[in-house]
Ligand binder design. Structure first.
Ligand code: GLA
Length: 417
């Protein structure tokens, strides 16, 4: 099943793993290739280390970086064998950068926009004032990104509608103007919420792109680790049932093919609250208004995987789908990044492998219903948590053990022989 081009692979991996053996930010520890390294593919400068300043060395050129590591299969091929889409987030930069595009096309078939479908990106204040109702608009660069997804056969996860963050404050105020200082009441805010959710699907339909969407994060991050609802203007204007209302409207206006998700981080610490909450998201006939649960999976190598799987197994008993929506695994723990040493990157590779393999075992056993696994990017230098080196390619775009793990290749995931 996971057949490789062995000769080439061996050479590539020696290069890759040698590159992984450096601290990413320590330019003086350029790896010394062994005899097995295929130097023509990605030569490392040996005599002249790369300078710390940006200019590329002219005498000893920087390695010709291959955008796509030369494994026989890519992430989307491997996940397709389990019935899953493989996803990444995409920023405007990533959508326009040739090297990034190439890696995405090779490895992924699902895209989540990093920012462009968030509330602050789609809600238009001037148009709302003029219309006397919240107005949703897609910006030109968002339409370009949607077109790129369509041209490249990508499925799209919508992210996100109701959220406490990256949400303009004016939407909660009289006359769509937070300078008035007067928050609107429940009825007005409920009407605005309904209109916002309805238009979200309408503008995508009108633009011709709604068919690409298979899931939408209706609500993001509404629960705190202590099991209480996160304070927000949605909560204070509408009241305790605002989450039910959001799913009620989403269920009313979203087309059948778009699964409706609740998405959150630190999910493994919120099991009871989330488990109880999901059971309340039902209509009067007892049918779920929600289809799935997004596990953001912003994890750390020092996290407890047993606890993570206990959470997953418990939520899965509700019969809802689960997607990993923003997977990255930081070296170390919160606020305490570990150095990107070879040892730590091996630990990271093992963590990724144990996580993804554990998920695929559950998918195959039918205990977890998952149809997509999305990484929050793939290259450390583009990550929002880059100081933790959480992704699959290192600062030189070379595959880390984490990439071998993402491909479910245990022998290349950093385990000791
Ligand atoms: C959360 C959000 C994402 C993104 C990340 C940081 O996880 O759900 O949309 O903002 O934070 O990049």
């Amino acid at each position: 099943m996971r057949k490789m081009k062995l000769g080439l692979l061996a050479a590539v991996l020696v290069v890759a793993l040698a590159a992984c053996g450096t601290k990413d930010n320590d330019v003086n520890s350029t790896p010394k290739p062994t005899e097995a390294v295929e130097l023509t593919a990605t030569p490392e400068p040996t005599a002249t280390p790369e300078p710390t300043a940006t200019p590329e060395p002219t005498v000893t050129p920087a390695p010709a970086v291959t955008a796509v590591p030369e494994f026989d299969k890519t992430i989307k091929d491997v996940y397709a064998e389990y019935g899953l889409k493989a996803g990444t987030c995409m920023s405007q930069f990533m959508c326009n950068d040739a090297r990034t595009q190439e890696f995405m096309k090779e490895n992924f078939n699902s895209i989540t926009f990093e920012n462009e479908l968030k509330p602050e990106a789609v809600l238009d204040q001037e148009a709302s004032k003029a219309a006397g109702d919240l107005v949703v608009k897609l910006q030109p660069h968002t339409l370009n990104m949607l077109k790129w997804c369509q041209d490249n056969g990508m499925a799209v996860r919508g992210h996100t509608i109701i959220w406490h963050s990256q949400t303009p404050n004016w939407i909660f105020y009289d006359n769509f103007d937070d300078k008035t200082g007067t928050l609107v009441g429940r009825d007005v805010m409920l009407a605005r919420m309904e209109s916002y959710i309805k238009q979200t699907f309408e503008v995508l339909e009108d633009s011709g792109y709604l068919d690409m969407f298979y899931a939408y994060d209706v609500v993001n991050e509404a629960w705190l680790d202590d099991g209480t609802k996160r304070p927000s203007n949605w909560l204070s204007t509408i009241g305790e049932d605002y989450l039910w209302q959001a799913f009620y409207f989403a269920d009313k206006y979203a087309p059948e093919h778009v699964d409706l998700y609740y998405n959150d981080f630190n999910e493994q610490f919120k099991t009871e609250a989330l488990y109880n909450f999901f059971q309340t998201l039902k209509d009067e006939d007892g049918n779920y208004l929600i289809d799935g649960v997004g596990f953001q999976a912003h994890l750390y190598t020092k996290d407890d995987l047993d606890l993570y799987f206990a959470h997953m197994d418990k939520i899965a008993t509700l019969g809802l789908k689960i997607n990993l929506t923003e997977l990255d695994v930081c070296l170390g723990k919160y606020n305490r990044p570990d150095y990107a040493t070879d040892k730590n990157k091996k630990i990271q590779g093992q963590f990724y492998y144990n996580l993804i393999n554990g998920i695929m075992e559950r998918v195959q056993a039918g205990t977890v219903k998952m149809d997509a696994l999305t990484f929050w990017g793939f290259a450390d230098e583009l990550s929002w948590r880059q100081e933790y080196n959480p992704l699959l390619l290192d600062r030189k775009w070379q595959p880390k053990y984490a990439y071998g793990a993402a491909l479910l290749l245990k022998e290349y995931s950093g385990f000791e022989e």
